[in-house]
Design a protein around this ligand. Structure first.
Ligand code: SF4
Length: 312
């Protein structure tokens, strides 16, 4: 590609998205400049709802692969583009369908719940999908006598188990980025900013969650930050969220709990990649039809339950 200024790249993206009837969906952890050109920025739940309801022909998904797969599972008639093919999620890759089938065989009758951060093959083996925004509520809606297999995030699983008191098998997966956040990081920032409120993402270690004032998904963090009267907020999640929080709340101070909390996969997508995605129709994400049909059920059940819970 000939050298283009940022403005020229953005202009081209704007022309192409209109011409192709494309929508750009961006996760809260993406680079600031990518968030700025998005039609919508949000967390996994918000993004899957948008993907399910958009009338666009093309969805450019600025996030990681399981998110683009989820969009395809819900809307196979649309073209789903992931600008950087290598942007995967190590946590999603920690669970595979063969192993899950073994665990299911060892726990007959258990309800299988997957975090949305999982592959399509794993989702196809599950009864219900959750995101960090709705996991506690959705697991609470499962009949109390049922054992639950929760895959793949042991930290989110442990948090849900603690909140609901349910009998759960926790898959031993984790997010390497959130695992880098330690209790010492939080304690240090709390000592520095004694009047601050602490928001923690539930992918964090239990010892970190223990120190939270609020345990929230990234979408929940954005809402909480707007509504709180506190002006200083310590944020324990991936650093990318700070850009959005600061942009939406210029009068407040957001303190990232650790500068090491950066997901390398979420930082791969640049404006140039979004433009290439639109220009070259790449990289198209699809899911084998038999897997897609099975994987759609737990996601649809989640979306139905979430909509009901939001109305109540
Ligand atoms: S932040 Fe963690 S869970 Fe999210 S994409 Fe990166 S590795 Fe996966």
């Amino acid at each position: 590609m000939a050298y283009l200024s940022e403005k020229e790249i953005i202009d081209k993206i704007n022309i192409l998205r209109k011409k192709l009837n494309a929508v750009i969906l961006t996760h809260n952890y993406q680079l600031g400049e990518v968030q700025d050109i998005a039609d919508f920025t949000g967390d996994s739940l918000e993004l899957s709802m948008k993907a399910a309801n958009t009338v666009a022909d093309i969805i450019v998904f600025c996030g990681v692969k399981f998110m683009a797969e989820t969009a395809y599972i819900l809307s196979p008639e649309k073209k789903i583009l992931l600008p950087v093919m290598e942007s995967g999620c190590p946590m999603a890759d920690m669970a595979d369908a063969d192993e899950l089938r073994k665990v299911k065989a060892e726990n007959p009758g258990a309800v299988v719940v997957c975090y949305v951060n999982s592959t399509a093959e794993v989702k196809a083996e599950c009864d219900l999908c959750v995101t960090s925004a709705n996991a506690v509520q959705i697991v609470s809606s499962i009949p109390a006598d049922k054992k639950i297999i929760f895959v793949p995030d042991k930290n989110l699983g442990a948090y849900v188990q603690k909140k609901t008191g349910r009998n759960m098998f926790l898959w031993p997966g984790f997010c390497p980025t959130h695992m880098r956040i330690t209790p010492e990081h939080i304690l240090r920032k709390k000592a520095e900013y004694p009047n601050a409120v602490v928001m923690v993402h539930p992918e964090s270690r239990p010892e970190v969650i223990e120190l939270a004032d609020e345990v929230l998904s990234t979408g929940g963090m954005c809402k909480f930050a707007k509504g709180t009267s506190k002006n200083t907020i310590i944020v324990a999640t991936e650093m990318g969220i700070i850009y959005r929080l600061q942009k939406e709340n210029p009068g407040k101070l957001f303190i990232p709990v650790s500068e090491q909390a950066i997901c390398p996969n979420m930082k791969l997508t640049r404006l140039e990649d979004v433009l290439s995605a639109l220009e070259k129709g790449r990289y198209e994400i699809t899911v084998q039809e038999n897997i897609r049909v099975l994987a759609k059920k737990p996601i649809e059940r989640m979306l139905e339950l979430s909509e009901k819970l939001m109305k109540n």
